[in-house]
Ligand binder design. Structure first.
Ligand code: HEM
Length: 557
């Protein structure tokens, strides 16, 4: 009888392989003849020899893979910089990028082999090292982003468990492009214009909460990072699901969502997803609850759109496109000839698929948007000159009536506000790099080939802080987008990545950030209480000020 063996590679959460293998002979060990030199050894001698051989092999492989690129001459035996990976430091990334256009590390990783037999389940965990190559050069970053034949996005091991094993972001090539084509119309100007009223309402509610939180704290400074995460969660949930989602569900998701992010560390304790109380276990539970909630919203949306209602949120638009596509197909099947093809001809998606897809949007947006919001409020409090100019521009655009709601043409007309948003995303890019996996040997330069199976990480930060392109890159200067030439340096604009997986929301993000900061400038004053950690950068998926952004908000007269 054959035993079926499934090898689940958790190395990237991407590459699952199945194969069958006949049972090994029970007495295989008795058939091996040991060399005379090791005969009579004690068990510990075998063990020590084995470990030494593994260490030497690991070191030799590292040196071979490293070739001519920058990186430590030798690696820490077996685990590499595993401990640093648990608590990544921004300064180490800066040092790594400064070390060369291509540099490398080799870090401990894990590989799980699950062996399922008819009557028993055996679980074996193997550890291995992943070779990681970082690019700091802009053109090399573009090359990686735009070489789907050689590299694909590579999320951390448990990402598939959190996001969903069948989620569209794990598709590649034609399947990915086709799925994505059906989602792009959810972020056109026309669709985005319908999201703004709901966003204005969320902002109004949360600005009241900011003021109330400061008042409750007797107008003493308090870290606002958590509330910034919450406002972004609410903005996303309401934009994606409108009124289908309850305020309680939004609160619960935003309270718990950071657990899902916390679970997605570069390295996790093996099998921790099964151990109650661990980060990964808690993250998975939160993600499962969000999936259930989102699928319920999808069902409610389908029922409402069937009544002919006007779309006001992302899922409405998507379901409307599904309905139009279905009607079109039915008419064609019925033999009608003069039928107009809908602009977004897509298949039908189940509630689960819809929920899972919008979960990928939340997943992609939550940390990055929270990071951008935190820095935006901190920097504008530090720069009253910038805030005053932005405030004046917003007041003028509202014809002097600070309570006038924003709309798409208004937001697009705000030259200075949009420059502030762009400069913020350049100065403090939420995503500093995007991990990719080399799916085959990848010749990134004429003299270096990234070995198949390595991680290759195109970096966004160095291109955005290149002094040749952005003079005094560490200075926050919105004018470089108005009177300077920053706008023409499009190749350096890697805030949203590039190529087939670039950010689906690259136009939506600046628009909603402009709406947020313009309205805040109309209605709120806020003061930042600088600490020695305010400019220290914490890396928690994205970048945050180490002190959590201590602020006090008051209502503007
Ligand atoms: C400040 C906010 C944001 C930043 C800086 C950001 C940045 C990025 C980056 C760097 C990537 C990877 C690109 C690549 O591999 O080439 C990405 C992918 C993605 N982003 Fe964003 N993002 C933000 C907000 C959002 C929001 C609000 C949404 C959804 C509404 C979103 C949806 C996505 C999706 C779906 C992908 C994956 C696309 C694919 O694989 O085809 N992002 N984003």
């Amino acid at each position: 009888m054959k035993s079926s063996i499934t090898v689940a590679s958790m190395s990237a959460g991407l590459d699952n392989v199945s194969f069958s293998q006949p049972n090994l002979p029970q007495s295989w060990h008795s058939q091996i003849t040991l060399p005379a030199i090791v005969e009579g050894w004690f068990t510990w001698q075998y063990a020590v020899t084995f470990i030494l051989v593994v260490i030497v092999y690991d070191q030799v492989m590292y040196i071979k893979r490293k070739g001519s690129i920058a990186g430590p001459a030798f690696k820490i035996p077996l685990m590499g910089p595993f401990l640093q990976a648990l608590d990544p430091k921004f300064d180490s990334y800066l040092a790594q990028w400064a070390s060369g256009p291509l540099s490398c590390v080799s870090v401990f990783h894990k590989y799980v082999v699950v062996s399922l037999h008819t009557q028993s389940v055996q679980l074996l965990t193997f550890f291995y090292n992943r070779f990681v190559v970082l690019t700091s050069d802009r053109d090399l970053a573009h090359k990686v982003f735009k070489s789907p034949a050689y590299a694909e996005p590579c999320l951390v091991p448990v990402a598939k468990d959190i996001i969903g094993h069948k989620a569209w972001v794990f598709l590649q090539g034609r399947d990915h492009a086709e799925y994505r084509r059906g989602l792009a119309p959810l972020f056109t100007n026309k669709a985005m214009a319908t999201y703004l009223p709901v966003q204005e309402k969320v902002l109004a509610d949360y600005f009241d909460k900011f003021v109330a939180a400061s008042e409750a704290n007797k107008n003493k400074s308090m870290p606002f990072m958590t509330l910034f995460r919450e406002i972004n969660c609410a903005l996303s949930c309401r934009t994606f699901f409108g009124d289908y989602i309850s305020q309680d569900a939004i609160k619960k998701i935003s309270d718990d969502y950071y657990l899902a992010t916390a679970a997605l560390e570069l390295v996790n304790v093996p099998l921790s997803i099964y151990i109650p109380g661990t980060k990964v276990w808690r993250g998975k539970r939160v993600a499962d609850a969000v999936h259930v909630e989102f699928a319920k919203c999808a069902a409610a949306c389908k029922a409402k759109m069937a009544t002919g209602a006007k779309p006001t949120c992302t899922v409405d638009h998507w379901v409307r496109h599904m309905m139009e596509s279905k009607q079109y197909r039915e008419k064609i099947a019925a033999g009608e000839t003069d039928v107009e093809r809908p602009p977004n001809l897509i298949r039908e998606f189940t509630n689960k698929e819809i929920g899972e897809t919008l979960f990928t949007f939340l997943f992609a947006s939550q940390d990055a948007s929270s990071s951008a919001t935190t820095w935006l409020f901190q920097i504008l409090a530090q720069r009253p000159d910038v805030l005053n100019e932005l405030r004046q521009e917003n007041l003028d655009a509202r014809g002097g009536d600070k309570n006038k709601p924003f709309d798409q043409p208004m937001l697009e007309s705000l030259t200075y506000t949009n420059a502030v948003v762009k400069e913020l995303l350049r100065h403090r890019p939420p995503v500093i790099f995007v991990p990719y996996l080399a799916t085959k040997d990848f010749p990134v330069t004429s003299n270096y080939t990234v070995p198949k199976g390595s991680m290759i990480i195109p970096s966004c930060y160095p291109a955005l802080h290149d002094p040749q392109v952005s003079p005094e890159p560490d200075v926050f200067d919105p004018d470089r987008w108005i009177t300077g030439d920053a706008e023409s340096k499009t190749k350096n604009w890697l805030v949203f990545g590039a190529g087939p997986h670039d950010c689906l929301a690259r136009r939506y993000v600046p628009l909603s950030m402009a709406g947020m900061i313009g309205k805040a400038a109309m209605e709120l004053d806020w003061k930042h209480y600088e600490t020695e950690l305010s400019e220290e950068i914490k890396v928690f998926a994205t970048l945050f000020p180490m002190d959590g952004c201590p602020l006090v908000f008051t209502k503007r007269a």
